[in-house]
Ligand binder design. Structure first.
Ligand code: MG
Ligand code: MG
Length: 623
């Protein structure tokens, strides 16, 4: 199989799209005619540029409104076809894509449709080209790939074949087994697209919600498995119509598209990627803050039972630990951490994932098109492999800890004056929540999924009193690494205010697991906790029928509660610091969620503290 991408899948000008596709290693593009219509030069220039970049123009598409017309309209259609075939020749392209008729005032008789396709195929063949017929899921008479195949067989012309599109096939739930009866050389092109599993009008779903395979929830692999089983080995082309991709760069869509193919091929047992690392947990979270403002954050860490145990050998960097939790506080006034702090204020500039092999993780990340990052290190200090993550922050990869050789034993020295934080029973980082712009959500889902094997869940729609938030949680098979991605189209929602306040910093909260949350909560000063309305506890009692004494324990400790089956979840939030907050939690009885039921309470309480989010936003914009 050869990898191509349709120009409609990328934003930008046609030449930008060609360059982006070539830069990440695509061998071909599928030219969407509108891209050519808006191109200010000649078709020959597009052909020459594609050739220079090593890109084949796999097909020109779409030719619409082709079959089932009245005699008069058919004759006009054939004139129109001749003009497209002129274009095909000027582009040095040999495949025209015809999609199935959508007009209600057309004929649906299969013999007549086959006759039309045969007529088209004869004209196309006369020019030395081929035509591929695609069933649109909303086609008037032909809306299933099996009907398209039936017509191709009836028309029986060597220049006529099928174009298959995984989106149409999967949303229609068309049976795939009949693919085994299709001759592989009659499948001229296979278009790949995924989508979220939602129910809506197929045309609207297709135009606005397609995404690259691996970003959505359709079983794209099932189609390709059948095709490989019959020995098909032709062009695969991502065809993604998406509002989100149109708001990012051509380069980003091309990177995502190639990442999607590499991940898909691996899942199909044709890997060309370095093996996937095993994500064992969160090694550390690195915060940046201006040193003159750092005391407030230090105080918060101490109040949460995080003890300052080490200082960096050569940098103004402190390490706070409790259980397996490690928080790095970087107060440097130069280099990447400083730049990140100037832009975002107090924020998470890096997260480190502990893997079975840091080198392996880095190689895979780079093969997947992630941007490598090299930090300056002092003599004898550890070089920790890193790539760029969410919001330009860093994602470090750590090796498994070996006695005497963990990152902090090499780069840090024990603090001569450790802060005296009480042990409140923190155990490990449970999850990280990151806020990304809506247009990037699918991209980051695929990033974590392909790189670390974190499996995404179906989206959750959170109720924020100030605007909607879409959330997608990802976790490793054993739950050791969990990342929650949130995005919101609203600037006044919690996620929107966070992005505005921090100029788009990524991580909004870090959740830390505790041995006994109620005990821990009693040791944390109330001023640090997010205040929870009394009404919440009245509602909680009604919802779950909990013992009054237990409700009182939760209320007095400011702890939230959720229960699913036998699993229970206790958690609390700190007040925000520059939009960032900690969550402390305890999972009981195999509870595997994130307390989403309580998210509206949290969002309302945070909005209350911000008093007027609209006012706040105006203030932040300096108006
Ligand atoms: Mg298509
Ligand atoms: Mg959380």
């Amino acid at each position: 199989m050869r990898r191509a991408i349709a120009t409609v899948s990328m934003a930008g000008s046609l030449l930008e799209k060609l360059e982006a596709a070539a830069s990440v290693g695509f061998e071909g593009i599928e030219l969407f005619e509108a891209d050519l219509t808006y191109f200010p030069g000649k078709p020959e220039e597009v052909a020459a540029r594609a050739r220079d970049l090593g890109l084949a123009i796999v097909a020109l598409q779409p030719f619409r409104d082709a079959e089932g017309l009245s005699a008069e309209e058919r004759s006009r259609m054939l004139d129109r076809l001749e003009r497209k075939l002129d274009l095909l020749a000027r582009l040095d392209t040999h495949l025209l894509l015809v999609c199935s008729q959508t007009r209600p005032d057309t004929v649906g008789d299969p013999d007549r449709l086959a006759e039309d396709l045969r007529l088209i195929a004869e004209r196309v063949a006369a020019r030395g080209a081929r035509v591929g017929y695609e069933a649109l899921a909303w086609g008037r008479h032909v809306n299933d790939w099996r009907q398209a195949w039936d017509l191709v067989r009836r028309a029986d012309h060597p220049a006529l074949g099928l174009v298959l599109d995984t989106f149409h096939m999967l949303i229609k739930r068309s049976p795939l087994a009949p693919l085994r009866e299709v001759s592989p050389d009659k499948i001229f092109l296979v278009q790949t697209a995924d989508a979220p599993a939602i129910t809506m009008d197929p045309l609207f779903w297709s135009r606005h919600y397609r995404c690259f395979p691996g970003q959505g929830e359709l079983d794209v692999e099932s189609v390709l498995r059948e095709l490989f089983a019959i020995g098909w080995d032709g062009w695969l082309s991502h065809e993604i119509f998406s509002d989100d991709f149109r708001s990012t760069s051509a380069r980003q869509a091309a990177v995502d598209g190639m990442r999607s193919f590499l991940f898909l091929e691996e899942r199909l047992g044709r890997p060309s990627l370095p093996a996937r690392p095993h994500a064992r947990g969160v090694g550390f979270v690195e915060f940046v803050e201006a040193s003159e403002r750092a005391q407030a954050f230090r105080d918060s860490l101490r109040a949460l039972g995080l003890l300052r145990t080490h200082r960096h050998r050569s940098k103004n960097v402190e390490l706070y630990r409790a259980g397996d939790v490690a928080i790095v506080l970087n107060l440097e006034d130069e280099g990447f951490p400083h730049a990140f702090q100037l832009l975002h204020g107090l924020s998470v500039a890096a997260i480190a994932i502990e893997t079975d092999s840091a080198q392996k993780a880095k190689q895979r990340a780079e093969a997947l098109g992630a941007t490598p990052f090299v930090s300056p290190v002092g003599a004898g200090e550890l070089i920790i492999p890193a790539v760029r993550g969410v919001a330009g922050s860093l994602l470090f990869f750590l090796d498994p800890p070996r006695p005497g050789a963990t990152f902090h034993e090499i780069d840090f020295v024990p603090d001569p004056d450790p802060s005296g934080a009480p042990d409140i029973g923190l155990t490990k980082v449970d999850h990280l929540a990151q806020v990304v712009p809506p247009a990037e959500l699918a991209s980051w889902v695929l990033f974590y999924r392909a790189l670390l094997g974190l499996e995404p869940e179906h989206r959750t729609d959170l109720v924020d009193p100030r605007g909607p938030i879409v959330s997608r949680a990802l976790k490793s098979t054993d739950g050791a690494v969990r990342i929650v991605l949130n995005s919101s189209p609203s600037q006044t929602s919690g996620a929107g205010r966070f992005l505005a306040r921090t100029a788009g910093a990524g991580a909004q909260h870090v959740a830390i697991a505790c041995r006994d949350l109620l005990a821990a909560a009693r040791q944390i000063p109330n001023e640090l906790k997010l205040p929870i309305p009394e009404n919440y506890y009245v509602d909680l009692e009604a919802r779950f029928g909990l013992e009054p004494a237990f409700i009182e324990d939760l209320r007095s400790a400011g702890v939230l509660y959720d229960r699913i089956g036998h699993g229970e979840f206790l958690h609390l939030y700190t007040r925000s610091m520059n939009g960032f907050f900690f969550e402390l939690l305890e999972r009981r009885g195999g509870y595997d969620r994130y307390g989403e039921a309580n998210t509206p309470v949290r969002l309302a309480a945070q909005a209350e503290l911000d008093r007027s989010p609209a006012e706040e936003l105006t203030r932040m914009r300096g108006r």
